[in-house]
Design a protein. Structure first.
Length: 514
């Protein structure tokens, strides 16, 4: 028994597993049940399914007691669900599931060993947030160390990929390595063999999970690393970043260069550095070059705007096909077919055309009405089929003509105007300029999503121009941005702008009366 575990100080052992759909939580529970029964325990497994793939995980509960040597005694009565404060072992398949276990009271400082993967699978609310809605991994890890008798955490999803196995086998290995169950290692391995499915891969996953759990002293938290260039042009641009920008900006700028070379080409990435350098010359270096850092992040995102070309390019990449195949666990003897929903509007198609041609179509209402029926509804397309794969390939190949497209002609002046306002504001108040740089957070997506986000951005910028570029103006722009991120209907933003205009009007009337 490992120090810190209380599970064998009493006859009954309780264990809860929190896993998402497709992560093999049921298989893991069956393995534990098998190992317990073959180690002389009476065990029972129950489960409470979640409502959806990511809005609620399935909770598997296993309760076990040593089998009575006296056959005359009745079989024990076991509980059907975990009780807060009475769980010896909690296994979480993802970091936020570990956090949910803590919030639900399953983790106790005096008893519970918490075993959890530190990787993230983002919730719908995190993905759909207008701003940065990602929960803090560091807070969950800190809480796990504080609230559990012992926390064993590492990236189990990465370990599964390394061994070609599934995360359930790595979690099973981590459970064995934790020493919290009085079963020999052979009993764990026998449970996998008795399952009879992908035995070799699951044993490999079990082995790496066990090793990590036995040697883990702290959770395996990914460390941000600077992207490394892989071409001569990339090496040159990376050297330019290191020579011309403050060190605190390097990570953002290098990632921006990498993203824009992937999006377009080296000259487009060089334009990014030209624009960033112009802002850097106006930055007074406050807060470790916060203005240049934020502009580096925001400018890279805006310059890599989503269009039909980009979407098509991402959908036909080999790396995406490999990722999908890995996630659905396609075997060598299976055929993977991917069907996707696509709904490009007439405007998105026109934006991909040469600027003059695209404008000519959009400026003719009669022609737009004639063409609109072809783009009024979306369609489901099999992107792994030859026909649609070739069509997407051709759309992606239009990347070389992107600079001549209508969308490029419209987007670049918007970017330049935003940067110009940042530079002008920086000459007076860096805090105000920083808030203007952060307004890029409002712009995202394409199609209707982009139209709504651009409208909110333009409202915020227009309202910002009506205020003095000082600290109070910076605070006002910050409030506008937060209001715009509160909902995609702009209701909250309109209320803040309306209240500001009413206050300014009242102040003007009072001054005139006086």
């Amino acid at each position: 028994m490992t120090e810190g575990s209380k599970s064998t100080e009493r006859r009954r052992i309780t264990l809860a597993i929190l896993a998402l759909g497709g992560q093999g939580g049921g298989v893991l529970a069956d393995w534990i049940l098998n190992a317990a029964e073959h180690s002389g325990f009476v065990a029972q497994r129950t489960s409470v399914p979640g409502v959806a793939q990511r809005t609620g995980s399935t909770v598997y509960y296993i309760e076990m007691v040593p089998r009575n040597a006296d056959l005359g005694r009745p079989e024990p009565v076991l509980a059907l669900s975990p009780v807060p404060g009475d769980v010896d072992i909690v296994i979480a398949s993802e970091l936020m599931e570990a956090g949910r276990a803590i919030l639900r009271g399953f983790v106790s400082k005096d008893r519970t060993v918490l075993i959890g993967s530190t990787h993230r699978i983002y919730a719908i609310s995190e993905k759909s947030a207008l701003g940065n809605g990602i929960g803090s991994s560091e807070r969950v890890i800190s809480a796990a160390h504080r609230r559990a008798a012992r926390f064993i955490g590492f990236d189990m999803d990465d370990s599964a990929r390394q061994t070609g196995s599934v995360i359930s086998s790595v979690m099973f290995g981590a459970l064995a390595g934790s020493g919290t169950l009085p079963f020999p290692v052979a009993a764990f391995e026998a449970a996998i063999r008795n399952g009879g499915k992908a035995v070799a891969a699951n044993l490999a996953g079990f082995a790496i999970g066990r090793r990590n759990a036995e040697g883990v002293a702290a959770p395996d938290i990914p460390i941000d690393a600077l992207p490394q260039p892989t071409s001569a042009a990339g090496v040159g641009l990376a050297d330019r970043v290191r020579r011309s920008l403050p060190e605190s900006v390097h990570r953002f700028a290098l990632e921006g260069v990498r993203r824009l070379m992937d999006y377009q080409d080296a000259s487009y990435a060089a334009l990014y550095l030209d624009r960033l350098g112009a802002v850097r010359t106006c930055d007074d270096g406050a807060a470790n070059w916060a203005l240049t850092r934020e502009t580096a992040r925001a400018l890279a995102l805006w310059m890599a705007y989503e269009d039909v070309i980009r979407v098509a390019d991402l959908k036909v990449r080999t790396t995406r096909s490999e990722r999908v195949a890995r996630e659905v666990e396609v075997r060598a003897d299976q055929v993977l077919r991917v069907t996707e929903y696509m709904h490009p509007r007439l405007r998105e198609v026109c934006e991909t055309l040469p600027a003059a041609f695209g404008r000519a179509i959009l400026r003719r209402p009669a022609l737009c009405r004639l063409l609109q029926p072809f783009f009024s509804t979306g369609r489901h397309v099999e992107t792994t089929g030859v026909r649609w794969f070739i069509m997407l390939r051709l759309a992606a190949a239009m990347r070389r003509f992107r600079r001549q497209s209508l969308r490029y002609a419209e987007e670049q002046p918007r970017i330049e105007a935003w940067l110009a306002e940042i530079r002008v504001a920086a000459a007076t108040n860096t805090a105000f300029a920083l808030e203007l740089a952060k307004t890029q957070q409002l712009i995202k997506g394409y199609s209707d999503t982009f139209d709504r986000s651009l409208s909110s951005f333009q409202k915020v910028m227009a309202a910002a121009r009506a205020h003095a570029p000082d600290d109070s103006g910076a605070a006002f722009v910050g409030r506008l941005r937060e209001a715009a991120l509160a909902d995609d209907s702009s209701c909250a933003l309109d209320l803040v702008i309306g209240a500001s205009e009413a206050s300014r009007l009242h102040s003007s009337v009072s001054t005139y009366t006086a």
